[in-house]
Design a protein around this ligand. Structure first.
Ligand code: MG
Length: 308
């Protein structure tokens, strides 16, 4: 009977991204009267739920959210659940959804703290739910491209929505007319409409709306190496290394860069503690350019730093 249970294992030494996405959030946002084009409460609730996921799962090194979606990036050397796809995706989705539901009253009804109260706002017929998927990216560049794609999408969608709702809410246009008006326009046109007709400088719009939200660990002291091997109970690193060592000893130019550094048990322990102590921060920054990653080399690793 056990043979019927088939696990899909995600390819080793690849970045695993689990992306969750709100189901039917168009309808849900109308039902709960989300503000258009952006509802600050709803976005901050997404961020709070995602921060909880990052805190609960130490192997998540970075996450990024826009609208009703969030992407969670796992350390490329993670061995969580032996990299079983179903376990990883379902754990992220349920951890996120549970937090989103529990935290809802904090953001939507500041005065209500009791989730069981009938006033908490959520009703069974309109519960927020999310789907999830896992995608693996083999190189750092592939991962950066994926994340940049999401942040570009954030910009394109937000500029469109900001202009669309300005035309409707302040310009008195019907939604159909506004849609028609924006057909074929490029970003320069939309900036111009916002500025000349409504006095809105798009660059003054809140960063959270324009850049989305990223969540990661910030360290007071230098962070531990980002990518490590797990050790077996005897404290020996498992899984890799022998090939690389053989290559070193016979002087061939076997590439060592993809082999994670072996850590002792004490080092692993130190790393665990540093991660637990690290502050999980929510920022609205551009990470398409290199600067973001250069300033925070511990996120994608590859440049293991020593703990002080
Ligand atoms: Mg959706």
């Amino acid at each position: 009977v056990r043979l019927f249970e088939q696990d899909t294992l995600l390819v080793p030494n690849t970045w695993i991204v689990v992306r969750i996405d709100g189901r039917g959030f168009h309808k849900l946002s109308n039902h709960y009267d989300f503000a258009k084009p952006n509802d600050k409460r709803a976005l901050e609730l997404m961020n709070a739920a995602a921060a909880h996921v990052v805190r609960s799962i130490p192997d998540i090194c970075f996450s990024y959210g826009i609208s009703d979606e969030y992407s969670f990036v796992f350390d490329r050397h993670t061995s969580m659940f032996d990299r079983r796809r179903d376990k990883l995706v379902s754990t992220v989705v349920s951890t996120f959804t549970a937090a989103y539901t529990l935290l809802w009253p904090q953001f939507f009804l500041a005065s209500t703290t009791d989730i069981a109260s009938p006033d908490c706002g959520l009703d069974l017929a309109h519960l927020p739910t999310f789907d999830g998927r896992a995608v693996v990216y083999p190189s750092d560049a592939n991962l950066r491209d994926y994340l940049s794609w999401r942040q570009v999408d954030c910009h394109i969608n937000n500029l469109y929505n900001t202009t669309f709702w300005a035309l409707v809410q302040q310009g008195g246009m019907s939604q159909t007319a506004a849609e028609e008006h924006l057909k074929g326009t490029v970003s320069g046109d939309k900036n111009e409409i916002l500025f000349s007709r409504f006095g809105i400088n798009y660059n003054d719009e809140p960063l959270m709306y324009r850049k989305g939200s990223c969540i990661f660990r910030e360290y007071d002291t230098l962070p531990p190496p980002a990518n490590t091997l797990q050790t077996d109970p005897s404290g020996n690193a498992t899984g890799a290394g022998s090939l690389a060592e053989a290559a070193v000893s016979d002087g061939s130019d076997y590439r060592l860069s993809d082999v994670p550094e072996k850590l002792s048990r004490t080092q692993l322990d130190k790393q665990r503690k540093a991660k637990a102590k690290a502050q999980v921060v929510i920022k609205h920054l551009d990470f398409i350019k290199d600067d973001f990653w250069k300033q925070r080399p511990w996120i994608l690793g590859g440049h293991p730093l020593r703990t002080r």
